[in-house]
Design a protein around this ligand. Structure first.
Ligand SMILES: [Zn+2]
Length: 198
């Protein structure tokens, strides 16, 4: 056995000795993710691999503003909503988005209209945030079942308020039963509700 060969054998022996005492390497661990079945919304936590094509990937963090303004709802936020919607449907509750992504122009229009209605910018902001503050133009806020009557309205939204955290969705404001945002990692408790937007 040549000297080089001996060094290689010795070092690989040493390496296997060391690694056998170490826990699984960080590089072996894939990020924990939640997948939800598209038809039922049933959630499955995965420790490795990816969600199947029959599942939505719910992610494992809150969803926050991106670098650039989108022109639609943030896809994973939408998937979370669709998974929750499927689960609600199984329980007899029908959810629908009555306002989701808004352009800055639309938000500006709604804000100005609210100022006229409520008399001041401060009062208006409790219901419609100014364009720069609102998460609707960031594709990160949805209003569900607003203006929808009967049992498909408020009751179904209450289902989402109770169960939304499983999908990472939270009702944010005490004065808006219809407004939800992806504030938490799926399966994590939602933060305390704010009195109103400001
Ligand atoms: Zn809203």
């Amino acid at each position: 056995m040549g000297r080089n060969r001996m060094i290689i054998v010795a070092s690989s022996l040493f390496l296997s000795l060391v690694t056998s005492f170490l826990p699984a390497q960080a590089t072996d661990v894939t990020v924990l993710d939640s997948c939800a079945k598209k038809t039922t919304g049933k959630i499955r936590v995965i420790t490795e691999g990816t969600c199947t094509s029959k599942e939505y990937s719910l992610g494992n963090t809150p969803i926050t503003r991106g670098e650039h303004r989108p022109d639609a709802l943030v896809p994973q936020f939408k998937d979370r909503y669709l998974a929750a919607k499927a689960a609600a449907k199984k329980k007899g509750d029908t959810l629908q988005i009555t306002s989701g992504y808004r352009t800055l122009e639309r938000q500006t229009y709604l804000y100005k209209r609210a100022i006229k209605k409520h008399g001041s910018a401060k009062e208006a902001s409790k219901w419609v945030l100014p364009p720069k503050k609102s998460n609707h133009p960031w594709g990160l806020a949805i209003d569900v079942n607003y203006g929808v009557g009967g049992t498909n309205g408020k009751k179904a939204a209450a289902w989402l308020e109770k169960n939304g955290y499983k999908y990472g969705l939270c009702r944010r404001y005490k004065n808006e039963w219809w407004h939800f945002e992806p504030l938490v990692a799926p399966g994590t408790k939602c933060p305390k509700m704010e009195r109103y937007a400001s």
